[in-house]
Every structure is written in structure tokens, then in C-alpha cells.
Design a protein around this ligand. Structure first.
Ligand code: URA
Ligand code: ZN
Length: 359
């Protein structure tokens, strides 16, 4: 009898209970609190949602922190394996002196949660970014002892100067040596001034639909321009939201590089330069969290159908009504995979998780 091919969700978040407790103790973003007269708790993490006029933050229920709720969600959507990651803004905001201990605590907690559901949960670890280089590299090395860690989740700020900062190279080298991919995820978006005076009338749409993907695109493009993928040639990155707009803009970025007199004068266009297209095919995986066939086809053409992987972004984008059962955000991503790669095709099975399940 044919066995069903596995479905792996590589973009799915949790805030472990200890992190939720930290958020409840805070009053500036990121924080969790109620806004009387309502007693229900709201999660406020994005600068754009910390305003009086948009309903502040979002409701936070147990799907954000209860690992059993994750398993229920997986079962409801036929997901066999989830690679869970702490959701944004991770530990970016931690005081330097607390970062090492916080990262150890979160990573141990997440690893122990994975151990409770053998074969169903793996994780991307959190790095103590504010702790400085030695602390970060120390945690990367410690991850070897954690059974379920398969990479690290990272935002776009790095040590405070972005991901093209030369100070990050030893960290990228440590990840390359440990064979741990970076799951790159946005959080900060673009400066709120770009959304205009009416931004508060539009809920979360502009920062989430446009700010997030552009943040990712800019971060990776800066890494490409800084030569990170030549200096750390086997570094592997999984880009959230199908790389933001990177697949769509790759040709333009590559052309701007090739036509830049400054780069030429600095000798940066010679032999040994990896093109954007080469980097997309050798160093980059893209999740399939793009909610449409057109974008997904672009991702597949850019990186190859062996480098595109199903994800849900759970617990974000829940149904707004009481729809019960399946989440529209998840079904839309399933449909895009079927539309772009063919229902039941070998390529679709691979994108859904056949290959990832072997790791
Ligand atoms: N909104 C967030 O803040 N994070 C996500 O991962 C998705 C939506
Ligand atoms: Zn996400």
C-alpha cells in the first residue's frame, strides 16, 4: 500500500510560555496586556500596531503558546512535521547581560517541547543577538547538544547594523560549520512615514503585505552586495515569504550590480563574484508562504523546485470569523503549490516536505 508522502511546515511559530511571561511583564513593544474595558489580552509587537487608532495589536490565545494547540492545528491541516520557531521579535530587544541566559532557556524549552511529540516537531533555535559575538557563537555551538534543532531563526538587524555587517562573518561561519541554515524572517518593516497619513485606517495591511517582504528583500540584497555568499560559500538561508520580492527583483538587482561604475572601480565585478541567480540556486531556500500561484511560480523559477518549501505562518493569519476547521491562509498556500507544481506530482510532494522529512 502506498504511504502518504509527508507534509512538513517549515514556517510556523510559537511563543513558549516563558517568553509570554516576559511579554506580560513589559509595557513597551513587544508586550502583552489588556485594554480596559475589555479584559482580553492583546499581543503588541510591531511598531505599526502600537497606536491608539488601529485596534492595538492582536488577540492572543493559546494557539500562540500552547504546543498541544500546534499539534491540533497540524492534525487539522494534514501536517505531519512542523519545524517550530520563536516568533518575532525574538530576543532582539533583550538587555545584553540577559541575552545568553534567555536564549539558553528558550532553546532548551523548545527542544523539550519537541521531545514530547517524537517525529512531529523540530525547531529553529533563537540566538542571543544582543549578547555580542562570543555569546552568539557559544550558543550556536551549544545547539549541537539539542536533538531537535535544525537551524536558527534570525531577524534583519544582526548586531544592530544589518546583515551586511562584517562583524557578523564569524557568526555566519559558525552556522556554516555547524550546518545550520538561517531562517530569515522580517519584523521591523519599513519606516512608518512611507505608509502616509491614513495608515491607521488600513489596519495591518501595509506593514505586513509590503513592509515585511521589502525588509527581507533589502536585508538579503545587502548581504549579496557585501559579498557574504562568496566569503561564506556554503551558508544556507531559508527566506520567509518566498524571499519577499527577491525572486521578482533578482534580474533588476543583478543588472544594477553589473552596471554600477562604483562597484566596477572597486574591483567587485570581476571573476569570483556570485550572481544573484547563482546565490538563489546555491545558498537560498524559499518558503512557499506567498498565497498565490504567480508568486510561487516566480520563487520556483528563481531557486528551483527543490528549494521551495511549504509553510503556514501559524498562528498568524487565523480566520477572522468562527469558520472552524481549516484556515484559509493555509489552504491558499496548499492551492498555490498544487496549481504551480501539479496535484500529486513529484515536485509538489517535494515542496510539501518529502525531502525535508529526511533531515
Ligand atoms: N505577523 C507577524 O508579526 N509575524 C509573522 O510571522 C506573521 C505575521
Ligand atoms: Zn512568520
Amino acid at each position: 500500500m502506498a504511504t502518504k508522502s509527508p507534509i512538513v511546515d517549515i514556517h510556523t511559530h510559537v511563543y513558549p510560555p516563558s517568553y509570554i511571561a516576559l511579554l506580560k511583564s513589559r509595557s513597551s513593544i513587544p508586550y502583552i496586556r489588556s485594554f480596559p474595558p475589555s479584559s482580553s489580552l492583546r499581543l503588541v509587537i510591531l511598531p505599526a500596531e502600537d497606536t491608539e487608532s488601529t485596534s492595538r495589536g492582536r488577540p492572543v490565545g493559546k494557539e500562540y503558546y500552547d504546543i498541544e494547540e500546534k499539534i491540533r492545528f497540524m492534525d487539522a491541516h494534514s501536517i505531519d512535521i512542523s519545524v517550530i520557531s520563536l516568533a518575532n521579535p525574538w530576543l532582539d530587544w533583550m538587555a545584553a547581560s540577559d541575552a545568553a541566559r534567555a536564549a539558553r532557556g528558550i532553546n532548551d524549552e523548545v527542544d523539550a517541547n519537541c521531545a514530547r511529540f517524537p517525529g512531529r516537531l523540530f525547531a529553529f533555535a533563537t540566538l542571543p543577538l544582543s549578547g555580542g559575538r562570543e555569546v552568539i557563537v557559544g550558543e550556536i555551538e551549544r545547539l549541537r547538544d539539542l536533538r531537535f534543532m535544525r537551524g536558527v531563526i534570525l531577524g534583519t538587524t544582526g548586531l544592530g547594523k544589518g546583515l551586511d555587517d562584517p562583524e557578523l562573518l564569524p557568526i555566519f561561519e559558525a552556522l556554516e560549520a555547524a550546518k545550520l541554515p538561517i531562517f530569515l524572517h522580517p519584523h521591523y518593516g519599513l519606516p512608518s512615514s512611507v505608509w502616509g497619513e491614513r495608515a491607521n485606517d488600513y489596519g495591518h495591511v501595509l506593514p505586513l503585505a509590503l513592509g515585511f517582504p521589502l525588509e527581507t528583500t533589502i536585508a538579503v540584497t545587502r548581504m549579496i552586495l557585501a559579498g557574504v555568499f562568496e566569503k561564506v560559500p556554503d551558508l544556507q538561508m531559508i527566506l520567509a515569504h518566498s524571499g519577499g520580492t527577491l525572486p521578482f527583483l533578482a534580474g533588476r538587482i543583478e543588472s544594477c550590480i553589473e552596471h554600477d561604475a562604483h562597484l566596477k572601480a572597486e574591483g567587485k565585478l570581476g571573476k569570483g563574484r556570485k550572481t544573484v541567480w547563482e546565490i538563489l540556486k546555491k545558498n537560498i531556500y524559499l518558503d512557499a508562504v506567498i498565497y498565490g500561484e504567480v508568486g510561487l511560480r516566480g520563487a520556483i523559477q528563481a531557486s528551483g523546485d527543490d528549494r521551495v518549501m511549504f509553510g503556514t505562518d501559524h498562528p498568524f493569519f487565523p480566520p477572522l470569523g468562527d469558520e472552524g476547521g481549516k484556515w484559509m491562509s493555509v489552504e491558499t498556500n496548499y492551492e498555490a503549490i498544487k496549481g504551480a507544481l501539479g496535484t500529486g506530482s513529484e515536485e509538489a510532494k517535494r515542496a510539501l516536505g518529502e525531502m525535508q522529512s529526511e533531515y
